[in-house]
Design a protein around this ligand. Structure first.
Ligand code: ATP
Ligand code: MG
Length: 345
């Protein structure tokens, strides 16, 4: 492939085709204790202008999914051992990693959880935002700084003209996350992956940053993958949700389907453990037990030891995603007991 082959996105993706299509993705890590299968058959699509939330407890495989898409799996321990990741007309699994990374500098962008560790403390913020413009677009320093200023304004940093000369530590946590968002959208990506973009922030700032992401997405029409362990945070922004457990998607559907009629006991458990912002002194019900050790997964459904609905079959057989009769066409769950779980509504 030539150095500068552009992805002719407008031509290669029909308007209604997915921008990104992940199919049966499998990722393994070699560790001193054995091989960990961190992703086991993950599939989902993202269309233009659409936000999909990937949700689940710690260790369920959310970040590994993002790392696999962006060719950021730690080498040599982590590798994709099966499946495909189609972006536009290419399979990112078979594309050389350096080509994926080039694509990821421009077409696909990522926002990481911790803005302080992603910003360089010794460079002024304006310069850090301007640098990719200079490098990628070949424009001069003054033009690049003007663009940086425009972006800081756009993500709601007050007094941007003065602040452009400040260093990262002079900004609050919420402002640093806005700066990271500015850097991520600088080259107008077609797809934005945000991995726990608000976890380090307090609740009010969280919702401001989420609103900013939703507005930017509406303006630019980019596709977005929003990763979170907090189902409450993403509900207003995402249209669809995929719930992960032990490296698999165990439930997926529109936000309303999944939140209003959870069909997997794990999703139900996650929803019951979200604190509401309005009820004082409410009792939350955490899911008993903790996420499984991927080196010693339970037999059958990996969730069965923690599941109030488990029956013998759940110990013996791994349930696949299915859509029982009468469900909404987009709603699927990997549970033998979904009908009973739904009957509890
Ligand atoms: N570098 C690594 N080496 C070995 N195993 C790893 C590595 N990174 C991830 N894993 C395995 O993959 C699993 C999923 O990790 P991942 O980072 O995707 O979790 P997550 O869903 O993003 O959790 P969190 O909410 O804590 O960020 C981990 O539980 C771990 O078993
Ligand atoms: Mg993570």
């Amino acid at each position: 492939m030539s150095q500068s082959t552009p992805v002719a996105l407008e031509k290669s993706v029909p308007p209604d085709a997915p921008l990104l299509s992940v199919q049966n993705l499998q990722v393994e890590f070699s560790t001193s204790a054995g091989v960990v299968r961190a992703l086991d058959g993950v599939s989902f699509d993202v269309r233009r202008g659409e936000t999909i939330a990937i949700l689940g407890e710690s260790g369920s495989g959310k970040s590994v999914t993002a790392q696999a898409i962006m060719a950021l799996l730690p080498r040599p321990a982590g590798s994709i051992v099966g499946g495909s990741i189609r972006y536009a007309d290419r399979d990112l699994v078979t594309l050389p990693a350096k080509d994926v990374r080039r694509l990821c500098g421009t077409e696909i962008a990522m926002i990481f959880q911790d803005p302080l560790s992603s910003l360089n403390p010794v460079f002024r913020v304006g310069w850090q935002i301007a640098e990719p413009f200079r490098r990628r677009l070949g424009i001069d320093k003054r033009q690049a700084l003007a663009k940086a200023l425009e972006l800081l304004d756009r993500v709601g940093i007050p007094d941007a003209e003065r602040r452009i000369r400040d260093y990262p530590h002079q900004f609050s946590g919420g402002q640093r996350q806005r700066i990271m968002i500015a850097m991520a959208i600088a080259l107008e990506p077609k797809l934005l992956i945000a991995d726990e973009p608000t976890t380090a922030l307090d609740v009010t700032v969280q919702s401001q940053v989420m609103k900013l992401l939703a507005n930017l997405q509406a303006e630019t029409g980019m596709g977005m993958i929003l990763i979170s362990h907090d189902l409450g945070v993403v509900a207003d922004v995402a249209k669809r949700a995929a719930i992960m457990y032990a490296g698999r998607i165990v439930e997926a559907g529109t936000i309303r389907e999944v939140y209003d009629h959870p069909a997997h006991p794990y999703t139900r458990g996650l929803l019951e453990s979200i604190p509401s912002t309005t009820v004082i002194g409410e009792r939350l019900t955490p899911i008993p037990g903790g996420p499984p050790n991927l080196l010693a997964l339970p037999t059958g459904c990996a969730f069965h030891p923690r599941c109030p609905h488990a029956i013998d079959r759940c110990r013996d057989e791994i349930p696949q995603l299915r859509r029982p009769d009468g469900w909404e066409p987009t709603h699927v769950a990997a549970c033998f007991r979904s009908e009973e779980v739904l009957a509890h509504d």
